[in-house]
Write a protein that binds this ligand. Structure first.
Ligand code: MN
Ligand code: MN
Length: 318
């Protein structure tokens, strides 16, 4: 028995791309196709933010920014949604008033979608959601290597005594044994800190740091090599805070820091991850109220596209 070919978006030459359907890249909904190799899942949630709110509107805005994506990725030489079924799983309904309940809902919701999808690319939402997503993946794969793109370390202990926030998910993930320490790295770190102890505490947890200055001084290829060497053949989770991009490239986010990566640098670094065993990913912290001319949402949609390309290549190798 041969498998049914994947259902793709309507042709952009027959149906104008601004005409819908209103899903990521106009792909079918997961409930229309039943199963998928990869599901794009929205988590509209921003109750964990420390500064500007608004990432709850990220998933809808990233979908709107995805309409121009075309079916062939020339740099990875892959058709991201032809290799396997890619579908939009819609948005999880998450409690905006109770953080602990919200984290449980993300964990349960992601687990349910993974019953019918091979992998998730989750669109946030603030960075708090990485913790429950890592719980689900660590249960399936064991502790994973984390490649974390962000201006910020997100390994602080608490804010105002609160352990679950968008600045603390990876400290909690370490405490819960979800990460393969010694293989994880932050990429794109920059900006003022509370004290030098932030960096030493992060290093003691086991992370490596590739700063934006490292990317600029040593170049994209050297940074790719460093991350690849560190991760090796382990299962990898890629978590991308859109504030890793410079505010000139992605102003629509909650805690902008000057001096960031260009969208092109982020695309090039991600393309350098072909061959890594990527088991899941998220793109978070898109807050469209601060955006201009859809810069951030189109960049975020294209970052999701890079991830879908990598996951298609991985599926093609299996
Ligand atoms: Mn950040
Ligand atoms: Mn973050």
């Amino acid at each position: 028995m041969t498998a049914e070919p994947p259902v793709g978006p309507p042709s952009g030459l027959e149906r104008p791309r601004f005409a819908g359907p209103d899903t990521f890249a106009r792909l079918p909904r997961l409930d229309e196709v039943g199963r998928a190799g990869v599901a794009v899942l929205g988590v509209p949630f921003d109750s964990g933010v420390s500064y500007r709110p608004g990432a709850r509107f990220g998933p809808a805005a990233v979908r709107a920014g995805s309409k121009l994506l075309r079916p062939y990725h020339p740099y990875l030489d892959v058709h991201p949604w032809d290799v396997h079924q890619v579908a939009d799983a819609g948005d999880l309904a998450v409690n905006p008033f109770d953080l602990v309940a919200a984290i449980e809902q993300v964990e349960r919701g992601a687990r349910e979608v993974l019953e019918v999808a091979g992998a998730l690319v989750t669109v946030g939402g603030d960075h708090t959601i990485a913790l429950p997503l890592l719980r689900v993946l660590a249960q399936r794969h064991g502790p994973v290597a984390l490649v974390h793109f962000d201006a910020h370390l997100d390994t602080w202990d608490t804010y105002f005594g609160a352990p679950y926030t968008h600045g603390t998910p990876f400290r909690r993930a370490v405490e819960e044994g979800l990460l393969d320490l010694g293989t994880s790295a932050h990429v794109g770190i920059r900006g003022p800190l509370y004290s030098a102890a932030d960096l030493t505490a992060d290093r003691e947890l086991g992370f490596a740091v590739v700063s934006t200055v490292d990317v600029a001084r040593r170049g994209v290829d050297a940074c790719i090599d460093q991350v690849r060497e560190r991760v090796g053949g382990r299962p990898v989770y890629v978590s991308i805070d859109i504030d890793v991009l410079d505010p000139a490239h992605a102003p629509g986010t909650g805690t902008p820091e000057p001096g960031g990566l260009t969208t092109r640098e982020l695309q090039m670094i991600l393309r350098g991850f072909d061959g890594l065993d990527i088991v899941g990913a998220d793109v978070v912290e898109v807050a469209p109220a601060y955006d201009h001319a859809e810069l951030t949402t189109i960049a975020a949609a294209n970052v999701v596209y890079e991830l879908l390309g990598l996951l298609a290549l991985r599926a093609g190798r299996r």
